[in-house]
Ligand binder design. Sequence first.
Ligand SMILES: Cc1ncc(COP(=O)(O)O)c(C=O)c1O
Length: 555
Amino acid sequence: MDLLLSLYAVGAFASAASLPKLRMRVELSRAKQRSLLGHSRLAQRLAAFVPFYEYDETRFFRTDNAPEEIAERRRDGFIRLAAVYRERYANTLALTAEVEPAISDLQFTSAYRVPFQFSRFVRRHLSAGGFAASSEGVTLTDIDGNRCYDLTGSYGVNVFGNDFYKECIERGSALVRDLGPVLGAYHPVVAYNVGRLREISGLPEVSFHMSGTEAVMQAVRLARYHTGRSHVVRFCGAYHGWWGDVQPGIGNPVPARETYTLKDCDPRALRVLATRRDIACVLVNPLQALHPNAGAPSDSSLLNSGRRAAFDREAYTAWLEELRAVCTARGIALIFDEVFMGFRLSPGGAQQYFGVRADMVTYGKTLGGGLPVGVVCGRSDLMKRFRDDQPANICFARGTFNAHPYVMGAMHEFLRRLETPEIQALYADLDDVWNRRARDLNERLAAEQVPVRFANLSTVWTTCYTLPSRYNWMLQYYLRAEGLALSWVGTGRLIFSLNYTEADFAAVADRVVAAARAMQRDGWWWHDGSLSDKGISRRVLREMIARRLNRDGDR
Ligand SMILES: Cc1ncc(COP(=O)(O)O)c(C=O)c1O
């Protein structure tokens, strides 16, 4: 009996001791976004079960069970568009066909422009190729001589217009020419760059890297080194480069075991930060303010019209303030990853725009003045790479091309010109200008009764669709035919440079309206009132299961 009692006592003690652990585990689960994006490992496992299948030519035009007459209209429109592409992009297509088998990146980006079930057919007929010959003003010209408005934004690099970066590279190169490609010793322009970066970031130390991905790697490594903690927190959907630890889910073949992916803008995430002891740092990509908890809005995942986006500056500022407070209280390094948004919202970046200070900030893209770069700015106690009292305990980071003279020269020009009145003027009324442009265009689209609307975070725009449809991704091809160049992500991300004048923007707006009208006319947005986004998702799921079971999907 005594033995039994003492066993009970030990059991009760053990479970009492494990209770806090259990509670933290539950809290962690509750702080995850419910979708697969919030459950990286599950997503990775499920990805292996998605079978390839594609629609044959008949099915391609009727996946929503549209009447035959609508399918015919779509087919006619598609054939017309394909003829335009074939003729207009002849040289570009020939060169692309020649090199694509040898460039894996090109194969990937051309395959993932639209949902995979449609991809091969679309690629065969609607490719605009992968080459460009020149840029001027806010336009790009391809190797066939076609000029189009540049909405690619060069992945976010292009904040001030391509000509600006050409000048940064030219003048920067002239500045460092005498030293040339010498590495190891810094060119003196580095002193100016460091000074300006300290002012801009409000942080005393700087390190130079070769890409945004590397800057993020270094910031996280330093946070782990100084806090002695293992885990990095990222928010659901946020991109921080392609390093494994910050890209847990699909795309990374191994699990990221020391990464927590938490729900963005959610008090349950704050609770996890306030209670766990293993968190070294929190990464924030301010671009997520446009679509918290959603990944990059690529058209390849545009299965239906479920894409949502809306920027609420006040709410996001309040969220950052809460994050700041909990990180301070818990000794967690708050890292703003401004590789994408830095210098786009304000000259002082997202820190200045939202009025919240981080412990470390990563920059990249535009800061290189057109050349590749990554930068970490941080508190001195977080940036130090060795310990005075433990000489063997270091935090290593190097990189052959770090602080390359030509990159430093172009960065010098970028930072110098950032201070000029012409560039400062571009920031005046920036939000008002771009919010008005988005609002006006949305009003026009509403008046045209086309199911397209734009959400924007300043100059970064996302296309949303107001009517359930399986064909929204077709819009990118109609836009291109109207002379608007998008990145391979498609309609999910339009990036304007700040030098778009009212006239430039008006031309783009006219073309967007023309493209949407043409797509409407060709029947792609046919709707009988019964199609719903959920219905579309269920149908696609049924097709996948049927394919998995080796049967044809229901029609
Ligand atoms: C927020 C953010 N962080 C990091 C990166 C990675 O930068 P890079 O492509 O220069 O490695 C990106 C790239 O898009 C980014 O948007």
